[in-house]
Design a protein. Structure first.
Length: 88
């Protein structure tokens, strides 16, 4: 990969990481995410134990939200990894 492509890729990684960080620090994003999680947890708790499929569906939605936010963290971590590589 040429130096120009490396610099372009590093710039994209930095842009993505900065946007991911901004999103994770955004008040309304966090408020909406917390409300969604609370609604899912309340739904799980309100669902009868014998309604296994519904409880599993709600839990899958909850886990999907967690994985979604982990993608933002992965973008930030990718930048840190690139910085470490450049320092070596």
């Amino acid at each position: 990969m040429s130096e120009e492509n490396l610099n372009e890729n590093a710039g994209k990684i930095a842009t993505d990481a900065n946007l991911a960080s901004s999103t994770l620090n955004n008040y309304i994003f966090n408020k909406a995410f917390l409300q969604m999680n609370q609604q899912l947890i309340d739904g799980i708790l309100a669902t009868p134990q014998e309604s296994v499929e519904e409880r599993e569906r709600l839990y899958a939605l909850y886990k999907g939200g967690q994985m979604f936010v982990q993608q933002f963290a992965a973008m930030i971590n990718r930048l840190e990894l690139e910085k470490t590589k450049q320092e070596v």
